[in-house]
Design a protein around this ligand. Structure first.
Ligand SMILES: NC(=O)C1=CN([C@@H]2O[C@H](COP(=O)(O)OP(=O)(O)OC[C@H]3O[C@@H](n4cnc5c(N)ncnc54)[C@H](O)[C@@H]3O)[C@@H](O)[C@H]2O)C=CC1
Ligand SMILES: O=P(O)(O)OC[C@H]1O[C@](O)(CO)[C@@H](O)[C@@H]1O
Length: 369
């Protein structure tokens, strides 16, 4: 008999990537999501399509699932019977799953431990579920595949043709035999390298892109100032990450080039809005901006451009808040805890220039990098 699988989070990654890999493995699954409208739509339509930016790849119909709302009693029942659970809900939401999973474990009849695999951006998303660690097999994976809703309010997905989901085998008692799911050695290093490369570059496009008034992500990525920023940051990332993580420079360079190629691909219609969200998390001490800038400093590279990216992130944070001054103060206090004071002072100065609307090109041209 096939395994029972539940995907928690029927958004772009859950239904567009994980569900697609399972479908390609002929493995059935159900969804749980907190969005009632989405749950109702999935149950009403009963199917949707994943198409690919690469037009030579045939689209894939996804069907045979039931979706449950998190508050629905049946969610507990279906979860209690799951052999494996994938989460794709955003790292910041993971701890909200603990009560639901605990309830399902309290009525679980199966003797095998439930496997929980996080499919989230973050350097250690499973930490948020560590309270469950003794009761389940808790592991993490790394999402390289960009999946986006085709049109707002519809279920269909447009996806990169990426068939690779690296995961950490170490906490598991068994390998996963599903399409693309690949155990990797040195998982902890790879997940950090992913966030400090892909997501650092993503932030280096999104926040300056927001400042320059872009709404389309690839347009921002191809802006001449942002090309300068990302090309230069990429070079410094390659040198510092390859040294820090002891990987070949060429291997790290390929990694960076793949990220830049994807972000600059105008066929992938992504938004600045989607990529700037949740700025406090993205400014976290082990996240995509703080760790890379500290690595650049450690290996004696100029940090000027990363300081601009962080100043743009603070600018975005202030704009989003009802209380701009309070928000900025909070972000700066946070930066003071994790960055050297001289760096925070430079970011403050850059932030002041942004606040009076100084053009990014002018700010960049006054810097050495
Ligand atoms: N979409 C993409 O291309 C990529 C996404 N990721 C990661 O994948 C994860 C999911 O992202 P997306 O699918 O893009 O987001 P999304 O916003 O499209 O989907 C998230 C889904 O999770 C649901 N959700 C949130 N909190 C929940 C909770 N407590 N219980 C149940 N459901 C909950 C939401 O209702 C939503 O349907 C994130 O960690 C993101 O960083 C990583 C790389 C690429
Ligand atoms: O959900 P987050 O952390 O904003 O990151 C989303 C971005 O991360 C990426 O996974 C970078 O690899 C992109 O596909 C996406 O633009």
């Amino acid at each position: 008999m096939g395994k029972k699988i539940v995907i928690i989070g029927a958004g772009q990654t859950g239904r567009g990537f994980i569900a697609r890999l399972l479908k390609q493995s002929k493995q059935s699954f159900d969804f749980i999501d907190r969005n009632k409208e989405l749950v109702d739509l999935l149950n009403k339509e009963k199917q949707y399509k994943v198409s690919f930016y690469d037009s030579t790849q045939k689209s894939i119909e996804i069907d045979g699932f039931t979706a449950f709302h998190t508050e629905d009693k049946q969610a507990i029942t279906v979860l209690s019977d799951a052999d494996m659970v994938f989460t794709a809900i955003g790292e910041q939401n993971l701890d909200k799953l603990i009560p639901l999973i605990n309830k399902s474990l309290s009525v679980r009849k199966k003797v095998n431990k439930m496997i929980i695999m996080t499919c989230e951006n973050g350097t250690s998303p499973k930490l948020r579920l560590s309270k469950l660690e003794n009761q389940v097999e808790l592991s993490e994976s790394i999402i390289f595949c960009t999946t986006l809703v085709k049109n707002k309010g519809c279920l269909d997905i447009l996806s990169e043709n990426v068939n690779y989901l690296p995961y950490d085998l170490e906490p598991l008692s068994t390998q996963l035999h599903y399409h693309g799911m690949t155990p990797v050695n040195n998982f902890r290093d790879l997940i950090q390298r992913k966030i400090y490369t892909y997501n650092c570059l993503s932030a280096s496009i999104a926040y300056p892109g927001y400042y320059k008034g872009y709404t389309n992500y690839a347009n921002a990525a191809n802006d001449k100032d942002i090309l300068k920023i990302t090309d230069s940051i990429a070079e410094k990332l390659n040198s510092s990450i390859s040294r820090e993580f002891n990987v070949d420079y060429d291997e790290q360079e390929q990694f960076t080039l793949m990220a830049l190629k994807k972000f600059r691909n105008e066929k992938i219609v992504d938004t600045i809005e989607r990529n700037v969200g949740d700025v406090q998390r993205k400014l976290g001490k082990n996240e995509r901006m703080i760790r890379p800038i500290l690595l650049m400093k450690k290996y004696n590279f100029s940090t000027n451009l990363m300081e601009i990216v962080i100043a743009c992130a603070v600018y975005y944070g202030g704009k989003q808040s009802d209380n701009k001054m309070k928000e900025e103060k909070l972000i700066f206090e946070h930066l003071e805890q994790h960055l050297p004071m001289e760096m925070v002072n430079k970011i403050t100065q850059l932030y002041k220039q942004l606040s009076i609307g100084e053009p990014l090109s002018k700010i960049i041209s006054s810097l050495i990098f």
